[in-house]
Design a protein around this ligand. Structure first.
Ligand SMILES: [Ca+2]
Ligand SMILES: [Ca+2]
Ligand SMILES: [Ca+2]
Length: 192
């Protein structure tokens, strides 16, 4: 509580001007806006924490792979670049050169090329005959299917605008390995 004299002084100052009076009010130092709310501590840069996604454009893991295929650097992946890119990717994937990609080979390659070993398409999608390994023809077929899916305007070329996808707000997002998996699954689960 303010002492009587202080209250009197404040009242007098209030007549002189609101700014001076504000300096007398306990607990209110000025008309300064409240301090900006700091973001919550996120630990390891948010890795592993589910966060509300504000919505926006996301890049799919497969699109990351396609950017590797863009040999000319014009940000478009042509059928010729696709063919050469698939051949190069297969050489990297089938590390021991035995003509098929094991689960371990796929996991290592997928992490390096698409950022995660838990992507869409994943190993199960590539292994079309469910043999447990991926043959070169299975690899080529799945890559071709994904390429065609991204080529929204069906001109045979995948451009950057076809590599991003709009995601609605509120979808769960996680950082780190497997990031965005929930979102992409929701989108891919739609019409194909
Ligand atoms: Ca192999
Ligand atoms: Ca197979
Ligand atoms: Ca296109």
């Amino acid at each position: 509580m303010l002492k009587p004299m202080t209250r009197f002084l404040c009242a007098a100052l209030a007549l002189a001007g609101a700014l001076a009076a504000a300096a007398c009010l306990p607990g209110r130092s000025s008309n300064r806006p409240p301090p900006a709310r700091m973001p919550p501590a996120s630990g390891e840069a948010g890795i592993g924490r589910a966060e509300a996604f504000a919505g926006g454009l996301v890049v799919q893991p497969f699109a990351l792979l396609l950017t590797d295929f863009d040999a000319t650097g014009d940000r478009r992946v042509t059928p010729a670049e696709l063919e050469a890119g698939v051949a190069a990717a297969w050489r990297e994937l089938d590390r021991d050169g035995d003509g098929s990609a094991s689960a371990l080979e796929f996991a290592d390659w997928s992490r390096a090329a698409m950022g995660s070993d838990n992507t869409i398409p994943g190993r199960v999608a590539f292994d079309r005959d469910a043999s447990g390994t991926i043959s070169r023809s299975e690899f080529e077929a799945q890559i071709g299917q994904e390429f065609a899916r991204l080529d929204a305007d069906r001109n045979g070329v995948v451009e950057r605008a076809e590599m991003v996808r709009l995601v609605e707000p509120g979808a769960a997002m996680r950082g780190g390995p497997g990031a965005g998996r929930e979102v992409v699954r929701r989108r891919v689960a739609g019409p194909r």
